[in-house]
Design a protein around this ligand. Structure first.
Ligand code: SG6
Ligand code: ZN
Length: 263
């Protein structure tokens, strides 16, 4: 088809089995955020998260990250405000991390890498009926990004860390309930950057309003070590591969502006 002929077959991500490039992509993610070049927008509103821990359902190792999945059939766990016009529903959160503490985040701030990055994925339930519809629309998704830095043990994260050995292999799923994702947000959620971007894994659709928290959260080295004990591979595979370095390479800004909610 016309579409597959545009695919860059030479560059395959080791985990993806799909092309790394989106030909003609104008708003791909992740990016480096330059503090100096970001533009303060006084019209950016406070972010309003309303998460109901009872919508938390399960953890799934999908062979690229682990996803904590939420029931998104109703408006029980939502995000609005900030740069958003509509109300968005939380469907899952996941992380990206490195093989050591020197790298792992997808976004960077003035080229500074963090050891990991949390993504809370929401879809526009005002405009679309299903995640699958929203994921191909330019205003379909809103993802909150939170940087993780190494420091003291994060008490809220520990409940999740304790459940991870049960989803060590690809395709494993375990029941996981009553987890309030707001415990993973930094204190000052109203200091953020926002820009128009894409998913960072296939289908790489340019559907995402990114909201990146300025303040990182602290987690311990031991907690990150448990992330790194997960596997990209299923129980049946002979050569087991550690789940590390599951981030996408940075993408060109291509004339976009990054706005900040703070000066
Ligand atoms: C993760 O990121 C998840 C996967 C996918 C991807 O690695 O494994 O579920 O999420 C919404 C979605 O398709 C892309 O999400 S991201 O752009 O926030 N990194
Ligand atoms: Zn992500």
């Amino acid at each position: 088809s016309a579409c597959s002929s545009r695919v860059v077959l030479s560059q395959m991500h080791p985990m993806w089995q799909e092309p790394l490039e989106v030909p003609g992509g104008e708003r791909q993610s992740p990016i480096d955020i330059s503090m100096r070049k970001s533009i303060f927008d006084p019209n950016l509103k406070p972010l309003v998260t309303q998460y109901d821990p009872r919508t938390c359902q399960q953890i799934w190792n999908n062979g690229y990250s682990f996803l904590v999945e939420y029931d998104d059939t109703t408006d029980k766990s939502t995000l609005r405000g900030g740069p958003l016009e509509d109300q968005f529903r939380l469907c899952q959160f996941h992380f990206h991390w490195g093989e050591n503490n020197s790298w792992g985040s997808e976004h960077t701030v003035d080229r500074q890498l963090y050891p990991a990055e949390l993504h809370l994925v929401h879809w526009n339930a005002d405009k679309y009926a299903l995640f699958e519809e929203a994921v191909v629309e330019e205003n379909g998704l809103a993802v909150i990004g939170v940087f993780l830095k190494v420091g003291k043990t994060h008490e809220g994260l520990q409940k999740l860390v304790d459940a991870l050995p049960a989803v060590r292999h690809k395709d494993s799923v375990v029941e996981f309930t009553k987890f309030d994702p707001s415990c993973l947000l930094p204190e000052s959620i109203n200091e953020y950057w926002t820009y128009a971007g894409s998913l960072t894994t296939p289908p790489l659709t340019e559907a995402v309003t990114w909201i990146i928290m300025k303040q990182p959260i602290e987690v311990s080295h031991d907690q990150l070590a448990v992330f790194r004990s997960l596997l990209f591979t299923s129980a049946e595979e002979e050569a087991q591969k550690s789940m590390v370095n599951n981030f996408r390479v940075q993408q060109p800004l291509k004339g976009r502006t990054v706005r900040s909610s703070f000066t």
